[in-house]
Structures are given as structure tokens and as C-alpha cells.
Design a protein around this ligand. Structure first.
Ligand code: NAD
Length: 501
């Protein structure tokens, strides 16, 4: 294992932290050292913001199609390096290699997609209410964007933010999560090699309390794009609002799958296992609730128990592994605490429930895939985000009740329904208030060209991905061009008779 020192990237140079301090990241499956990283602080953020502010003056005027060419090159490099990046991702945060490949692919897709936006970035043209006057609206970049990201999608999420920011002509100060700094570095390396001018993207690694805080408080960072927990995000928004920042928040979830009595139970079982235990349950869209019609509850529960019991825990790099480690020891303890809470609340532990410590597993942070049955919708395990391989079966008697249960949490990210009845599917689409909804699929699987985000405590009204992302990273400028040669007053002057220009 390498003990290479990885540095911050400021004004086009890889530099040590001003304080000279470093921090380590270890592989959550094996405990081996992944790398040693510069531990940035306020001074480094100051330098990064200065570099990004200086670069904004020219980057905003660099033609957008040419910005797109840089992103096309970056996307191709990500594609060329996909396998290496995926392996490094698994080492750094634990997800199984196939899912790590998917994470890299999402970054590739987003980078190609936003590269194409360089030749669109559409605004509107409209008729004027006056003669000899031309109206249009154009998108303008905003300035230095503060980008703060979590560890669970360490390439995909930074790319969801960085690529729309860059194509629109903004510059960036990027703080990756402290558990996945190397993936942050890899993304910035690619952008550097693709020809991004110095200062356009700057990377400062370090803790949320120091680096994140300094970005949020900085007066020359007008925009913050944050993904992480609802607790941290709410704090970010509160502090940012005091200085009138534009803030987008993507936060926690408590996503639910509905399984109706007419559902294909084999398909539903596949969808639930993938959504509940993929990335060890550490996806923002993880299915941590299964709202099941009472008439199929027993059969679904038995199918889930049989399949979950056969899932193999292990190092995500091994082809035989179904479920990798969770990200840290602390997260492992939190998950296990929730198992105790569930039992104490009276839910039936159908399978799992233990920290896995056999043999090699004792070197990492592994938790058995866990299914609770006979869960009531008001229990804590049915209301709070656990962020681990734990799911809760909540029996109901009707679609109405199922929809109420799905909507009855503080979050609103993703939901799904398994049913063979098109009327029920459309009822769910109409009455479930999440940002994302699936029919006959699990709760995960978003594609990058549709809006991504959640309602209620999951977000604050913005969306990532698709062209919706551009709405956050640009300001509209409405432009009125009067070519009549005289003063024309909108809303006041009558239009001239026919024949007059
Ligand atoms: P987190 O809130 O602990 O950290 C997120 C980022 O914020 C990290 O970079 C962290 O260093 C930084 N941070 C922490 N304290 C800060 C502070 N005081 N000021 C500024 N920045 C600070 O979240 P996490 O554990 O990294 O990620 C897991 C959470 O992210 C889960 O709740 C999950 O649901 C959520 N998530 C949401 C989405 C979504 O799109 N809705 C996607 C992925 C993850």
C-alpha cells in the first residue's frame, strides 16, 4: 500500500497545507493505508478562493463550446481510466467493484452531458410589446462556487456539481469528504490534464468544521452546493443565509418500496435487495423501508430472508463479494445501535442484526444484511435515516395506507411501487411526494439527464443533474434591445399606428 502524500490543488499547483498538517485514510475493508493527505484550513481556503476569483475574470468569457471541449477530453480520460478509478474507489470507501464502476460511469456520463451543454445553454427569445424592440434572456455564470460533497458517491456527486458549474463559466473551490479525498484528487487531475486553466478548479481537503466552514463563510463565494446529512446541510444553509448565499442542499432520505398484493414478488425481491443492501445501504436513495400489502407480507419476508442470508460480506475488490464494508467504525456502531433500537421498539428481527467479525472481516467494518419485519410506521427504524444495510418491512392493508406511510416521514427523496395494476401505479405517481419515483424497480438507479433531488428535509427546492442543474449554477439576465431610436416606455406608451417602424 502506498503512503504517498496527496496535496491540495490551488491556482494550478499541487501544494501542501499552509499548516503543514496531514491526515490519513485507511481502507474500510482491510485497515490498510490508502494515503496521507494535506489537511487544509482557513488559509488554504483563502488562497483557493483568491485563485478562483482571479480565474473567473477570464473563464467566464472563454467560449462555452470551448469549455465543452475541455470537458469532452476529461470525460474521455475518465472513461480510459475507469477500471483504475473504480478499484481505487473500492479501496477508499468500500463499495463493491461493480458499483464503483457504476459511480465512475455516472461521472463519465455527466461530464459528456455537460460538455454538450456548452453548445446549448439555452435562453429564451420573446416578442416585445413595443415595436422595434428585441427581448431575450441569457444564462450568466455566478462566480466562485463552493462545492462540498459526501463520501458515498465520491466521483459521481462531485461531477454532478462541478461539470454544470464549469460549463456555465463559474470557477470552483471543491472540498471532498474526508473519507474520500483521493477520489476528489483523481477528478481534479483529470480536469487539469484535460486543459482546464489554472485557478478554475481548486481543491482543498480537510475537515468540514475547518475547510467547509471557511468556504461557507467566505464573502467571495456567492454559491454553495452541498450534499450530505440533513443535520450538516441545515447548518450550512443557516449560516449561508446570513450572508445571502445561493445554496443548494441534497440531504438525507428514508426511501420506501411499496409491494402490492398483485406485484411480481421475484422482481420485487430483486429490487429490494439491490436498493436496500447495495453500497451497504449507504446510498441516499437506499430502500430502508418496505411497505408491503399484508396478504403478501409473509411470502416477501421469507424470500428476503432467504436471499439476504446468502449474501456474502467481504472486500469489495473480490468478485465473490455481495456487500462491502461500511465507511467507518463509527458508522458501524451507529447501524448496530439502530438494530438495538428496532428490537427494543418491538420489531421482529427476521435476519442479520450483527456486526460481522469472522476471520478477515474482523479487519474491517462489516455489518450483516438485516431485515426487520412487523415494523410500525412510527418506529424510529421506520422514520430515521440509518445509512446501513438495514431495511424495515411495514405491513399495510391498502394502497391508500401504503401511500400515507411512504409520505409519512420527514424526508422526500425516492420511492417505488411494485404492482401489475396501471391504475395503482398512476395513483402512486400522483400522490407520493418524493423527488424521484420508480414503478416496478427499486429506489435507486437515477440517470444523469433527469433532475435529481428530494422534497421536504431532503432538499431546499433545487435539483441536480439534467438541465435543472444549470438553473442553480447560472443567473438569468433579461436583455431588452430597443432599435427604434426613440424613448419607448413599456406599459405606458401606446404603440404607433401601422406603417410606422
Ligand atoms: P456529512 O453531512 O457528514 O458530510 C458531508 C460533507 O459536509 C463532507 O464533505 C463534510 O466534511 C462536510 N461538512 C461536515 N461538517 C461541516 C460543516 N460544519 N460545515 C461545512 N461542511 C461540513 O455527510 P456524509 O456522512 O458525508 O454523507 C452521508 C449523508 O449524505 C447521508 O445523510 C446521505 O443521505 C446524504 N446524501 C444525500 C444525497 C442526496 O442527493 N440527497 C446523496 C448522497 C448522500
Amino acid at each position: 500500500m502506498t503512503s504517498e502524500l496527496y496535496r491540495n490543488y490551488i491556482a494550478g499547483k499541487w501544494v501542501d497545507a499552509g499548516s503543514g498538517q496531514t491526515f490519513e485514510r485507511r481502507n474500510p475493508a482491510t485497515g490498510e493505508l490508502v494515503g496521507v493527505f494535506a489537511k487544509g484550513g482557513k488559509e488554504d481556503v483563502e488562497n483557493a478562493v483568491q485563485a478562483a476569483s482571479a480565474a473567473f475574470a477570464s473563464w467566464r468569457l472563454y467560449p462555452a463550446p470551448k469549455r465543452g471541449e475541455i470537458l469532452y477530453r476529461a470525460a474521455q480520460m475518465l472513461l480510459d481510466r475507469k477500471e483504475d478509478l473504480a478499484r481505487e474507489m473500492t479501496e477508499e470507501m468500500g463499495k463493491v467493484i461493480d458499483e464503483a464502476r457504476g459511480d465512475v460511469q455516472e461521472a463519465i456520463d455527466m461530464t459528456f452531458y455537460m460538455a454538450g451543454e456548452g453548445r446549448r445553454l439555452y435562453g429564451q427569445t420573446t416578442p416585445s410589446e413595443l415595436r422595434s424592440k428585441f427581448n431575450m434572456s441569457v444564462r450568466k455564470p455566478i462566480g466562485v462556487c463552493g462545492i462540498i460533497t459526501p463520501w458515498n458517491f465520491p466521483l459521481a456527486i462531485p461531477s454532478w456539481k462541478m461539470m454544470p458549474a464549469l460549463i456555465a463559466g463559474n470557477t470552483v473551490v471543491f472540498k471532498p469528504a474526508s473519507f474520500t479525498p483521493r477520489m476528489g484528487i483523481r477528478l481534479v487531475e483529470v480536469l487539469e490534464e484535460a486543459g482546464l486553466p489554472p485557478g478554475v478548479v481548486n481543491l482543498v481537503m480537510g475537515s468540514g468544521a475547518e475547510v467547509g466552514d471557511a468556504i461557507i463563510e467566505h464573502p467571495d463565494v456567492p454559491l454553495i452546493s452541498f450534499t450530505g446529512s440533513t443535520e450538516t446541510g441545515t447548518d450550512v444553509a443557516t449560516r449561508g443565509a446570513r450572508v445571502n448565499k445561493r445554496i443548494s442542499l441534497e440531504m438525507g432520505g428514508k426511501n420506501a418500496v411499496i409491494v402490492m398484493d398483485d406485484a411480481d414478488l421475484g422482481l420485487a425481491t430483486d429490487g429490494i435487495l439491490w436498493s436496500a443492501f447495495g453500497t451497504s445501504g449507504q446510498r441516499c436513495t437506499a430502500a430502508s423501508r418496505v411497505v408491503v400489502h399484508r396478504s403478501v407480507q409473509k411470502e416477501l419476508s421469507e424470500r428476503l430472508v432467504a436471499r439476504a442470508g446468502g449474501m456474502r460480506l467481504g472486500n469489495g475488490l473480490e468478485a465473490t463479494t455481495d456487500i462491502g464494508p461500511v465507511v467507518t467504525e463509527r458508522q458501524l456502531e451507529t447501524i448496530n445501535d439502530y438494530v438495538h433500537v428496532g428490537r427494543a421498539e418491538g420489531a421482529r428481527l427476521a435476519t442479520g442484526g450483527e456486526i460481522a467479525r469472522d476471520g478477515e472481516l474482523s479487519r474491517g467494518f462489516f455489518h450483516q444484511p438485516t431485515v426487520f419485519d412487523e415494523v410500525r410506521a412510527d418506529m424510529r427504524i421506520a422514520q430515521e435515516e440509518i445509512f446501513g444495510p438495514v431495511t424495515a418491512l411495514i405491513p399495510v392493508d391498502s394502497l391508500d395506507e401504503a401511500i400515507d406511510v411512504v409520505n409519512g416521514v420527514k424526508y422526500g427523496l425516492s420511492a417505488s411501487i411494485f404492482t401489475a395494476d396501471i391504475n395503482r401505479a398512476f395513483r402512486a405517481m400522483q400522490d407520493i411526494f418524493t423527488g424521484i419515483l420508480y414503478v416496478n424497480a427499486g429506489t435507486t438507479g437515477a440517470e444523469i439527464h433527469l433532475p435529481f433531488g428530494g422534497t421536504k428535509a431532503t432538499g431546499n427546492g433545487h435539483r441536480e443533474a439534467g438541465t435543472a442543474a444549470l438553473d442553480f449554477f447560472t443567473e438569468w439576465q433579461s436583455i431588452y434591445v430597443d432599435f427604434s431610436g426613440r424613448l419607448q416606455r413599456a406599459q405606458i406608451d401606446p404603440i404607433e399606428e401601422d406603417g410606422k417602424p
